[in-house]
Design a binder for this molecule. Sequence first.
Ligand code: SAM
Length: 322
Amino acid sequence: MIVDRQGRRFRNLRVSLTSACNYACTYCVPDGKRLVAAQDELSAEAMARGVAYLIEAAGIERLRITGGEPLVSPKLEAFLASVSTLGLDDISLTTNGQLLTRKLPLLIDAGIRRLNVSLDTLDPDAFRRIARGGDLATVLDGMAKASQAGMSIKVNMVPLRGQNHDQVVPLLDYCLERGYELRFIELMRMGHLASDSNAFLQQFVSLQQLLQMIGEGHEYLQADAPIDATALRYEVPGRGHFGIIANESVPFCRTCSRLRLSSTGWLHGCLSSSNRHYIGDLLDKPRHQALPALQRLLMKALGDKQPVAFSGGATVMKIIGG
Ligand code: SAM
């Protein structure tokens, strides 16, 4: 097992199935251009082999499928069919929910039981302004259908000052009423937000500010969370839970166990580092040749992790997956 001096190792793998997306969220895609799949995207089979090799070489236990938008990828079905046979403890998926109703039977058949659905507002106008694509009612309907089918749903919201911060409490109530767990994600200094401090600071809403807004109308208590969890978790007694991923306010790099694989075959050990390591060429090789080379690259990727805090990075979620 590859472990660093801080005792960190890779347990959680996030695979970006494609960089294509049917949204162009303002904080992720500053120029608003629709994201398409990279020309050198790996096949579903190669990506699934990558997952299998990483399970062996790094001790990966849990997989999250992300993007871009994973539900737009034509590789989804073949990828799910392969990775669902690999004996992972958990496979989950992050989606904007636009195609959820349509793809639900496929997800259920593949054994997916946990979804993170990104939703920044319940206001249709603000939704169009932020996501620059999609339709709010379709997302809400997809979540309801997934929940009725027995899926556990977490909702990801990035609070942005002046754009959707008035939605913090309404969205929390909406989620509590339906048994969804809301995760507020503090805005991260990635891509254009890493190089433009003003744009970042103007929009940033902190953990403290979120708790203050919530505390005005809700009682909450701190709840338990796994040691390598990214989110601080809170209970609203009698109603449910919510979480805050406080990258800036309470950095969690010290216990980070995440590894990312891009749709074009690059490993990323840290969101805050622009280092990446190509494994696409190893995926055609038999196991005994691929694994030693992969282990060397994993050591480098682990060495890319920040010791304490996320300090921003040129890479963007749309490429390496949130
Ligand atoms: N398309 C899928 C979705 O919408 O969930 C998966 C990919 S998306 C890049 C994953 C998550 O990253 C979303 O919840 C999104 O809000 C978040 N994200 C993207 N850029 C971010 C940033 N600069 N700061 C915080 N969260 C960000």
